[in-house]
Ligand binder design. Structure first.
Ligand code: AMP
Length: 507
């Protein structure tokens, strides 16, 4: 096994010799050099340390996307603070849970969330950081020197915690070590051929593995430049393609790019690579994209707990519908219920091991016991088959996770919120195929005996204050009862079939 030190040190060793080179460029054209990343991450680290944050303690970050947020991530890495990013769309109930569970030593939030944070975490230092890189964090760090050089933890020490959850709806913190992140970053940047001359068009959010680790690490490790867009917007992405060489997106982004009249061979002539992941890319999208641009999208597969596991090759056949072969140093197998590998071609549970695989969840020994097999493979919760050439073909999710626009929605959490609404007897939440979002969150609701007037608008209005927008049902149907099997389990696939058969009669 290779040994890995501190991830920031690894990245910094690979920064270009000339540190005045641009590391990130914003949509407005503002550039930030590698030098600036070094300086400001040092200042942020020094400031957080002065606030009393010690190595191993968590820093909860709920901010809009900005270059300064990347600097803050780097600050945490180099100081050994555990970076804990959360979606800035979260509401008080959701954030309160993370604060109680992870017990952060400091919080950095968007200014709009400051009052809420103060209330949720009255005893914790709270700094602000806005979408343009302003706020108390920057102001208070400005005067500090940039010679921050503590003995930086690395290897198996935690670098980040990312919350994810199974069907229970209670998010679990996946603890990712410096070694987990470093091993995956090194493999991916090499495998995908990253170099100093690359320009990565970055339109993903940075509170998730895809945008934060896969994208940023590949670029920073190779001294490349990132065009850092605040969010995905098809027109802006197509315009920026002429200046980029690599793009990473979720299938929803590709669907939107295909819908844009401006997407063409000319617009993507300077591109060398389009990468997709986080949800299944349809064969149709793969083929249409190749037809329009001349580029075959490279699909890869992974999850929060493991980082990336498989990828289609850079050189060699990219198979539409397959997520590719196991990455170097990663073992991927398909196993039966007893965790025994099955023959090629047979569908089973996808399991994996490697230095990229996490060691466990934050304070959840019972979840760890479920997550790993006796011989140390992690259960991904996905179903799939390996073909004779080692390509993995996913067959669906064992869990009921809904992936909408590349973001995960756990049905249980939405069901619990709906069930709390007066007049609701029970509910079931599931995904329906959607050309734009991949899957659309759909809710089947059973009204209580004396709640005949309960309507979808009222349910939505109630949910809005409680759940992030992307978790809200795109469609709510009322049913007399939920179909159940002999064991009393709700048969969501029957509900999905009925909805599909009934067409698009929405609320
Ligand atoms: P997350 O932990 O949020 O990254 O979600 C991980 C899950 O996303 C995996 O377990 C898969 O179900 C799904 N996923 C990721 N990449 C792909 C892909 N290329 N195709 C299909 N599903 C994917």
């Amino acid at each position: 096994m290779a040994t890995y030190g501190n991830l920031f040190e690894l990245l910094a060793e690979r920064f270009p010799g000339d540190r005045s080179r641009t590391a990130l460029e914003t949509a407005s054209g503002r550039t930030y050099s590698y030098d600036a990343l070094e300086t400001w991450s040092g200042r942020f680290a020094a400031h957080l340390a002065a606030l009393g944050v010690s190595p191993g303690e968590r820093v909860l970050v709920m901010v809009d996307k900005s270059v300064e947020a990347v600097m803050l991530y780097l600050a945490c890495l180099r100081a050994g603070f555990v970076y804990l990013p959360v979606n800035p769309a979260y509401q008080a109930g959701e954030v309160g849970y993370f604060i109680a569970d992870a017990a952060p030593a400091a919080v950095v939030c968007r200014p709009e969330a400051y009052a809420m944070m103060r209330e949720l975490a009255p005893k914790i230092s709270v700094e602000t950081l806005d979408a343009r890189g302003g706020g108390s964090l920057v102001e208070r760090s400005r005067a500090l020197g940039d010679e921050f050089s503590p003995t930086a933890p690395g290897g198996d020490e935690p670098a980040a915690i990312l919350y994810t959850s199974g069907t229970t709806g209670r998010p679990k913190g996946a603890v990712l070590s410096h070694a987990n992140l470093a091993s995956n970053a090194l493999v991916l940047s090499r495998l995908w051929g990253f170099s100093e001359s690359d320009v990565l068009l970055h339109a993903l959010p940075i509170f998730h593995v895809h945008g934060l680790f896969v994208a940023c690490h590949c670029a920073l490790l190779s001294g490349a430049r990132m065009l850092f867009l605040p969010r995905f917007e098809a027109a802006a992405v197509v315009r920026a393609l002429v200046r980029a060489t690599v793009f990473m997106g979720v299938p929803t982004y590709y669907a939107r790019l295909l819908a844009s009249a401006e997407l063409s061979r000319e617009a993507s002539a300077g591109m060398r690579l389009f990468i997709s992941g986080s949800a299944p890319l349809s064969e149709e999208a793969f083929r249409r994209f190749a037809g329009r641009t001349g580029h075959e999208i490279l699909e890869r597969y992974g999850m929060t707990e493991t980082g990336m596991l498989t990828s289609n090759p850079l050189a060699g056949p990219r198979m539409p519908g397959s997520v590719g072969v196991a990455l170097p140093g990663v073992r991927v197998r398909v196993a039966d219920e007893a965790d025994r590998p099955v023959a090629p071609g047979l569908v089973g549970q996808v399991q994996a091991s490697g230095e990229n695989v996490f060691r466990g969840y934050w304070k959840r020994p019972e979840a760890d016991a479920e997550a790993f097999t006796a011989d140390g493979f992690v259960r991904t919760g996905d179903l799939g088959r390996l073909d004779e050439r080692g390509y993995l073909w996913l067959a669906g999710r064992a869990r009921e996770l809904i992936i909408t626009g590349g973001l995960n929605v756990y049905p249980k959490e939405v069901e619990l919120a709906i069930d709390r609404i007066e007049g609701v007897a029970e509910s079931a939440v599931f995904g329906l195929p959607d050309p734009d979002f991949g899957e659309a969150v759909t809710a089947a609701v059973v009204r209580g005996a004396d709640a005949r007037t309960l309507c979808a608008e009222k349910i939505l209005a109630r949910l809005k204050g409680e759940l992030a927008n992307y978790k809200l049902p795109k469609r709510i149907v009322f049913v007399d009862e939920l179909p159940r099997n002999a064991m009393g389990k709700v048969q969501k696939h029957l509900l999905a079939q009925r909805c599909t058969a009934a067409g698009s009669a929405a609320y």
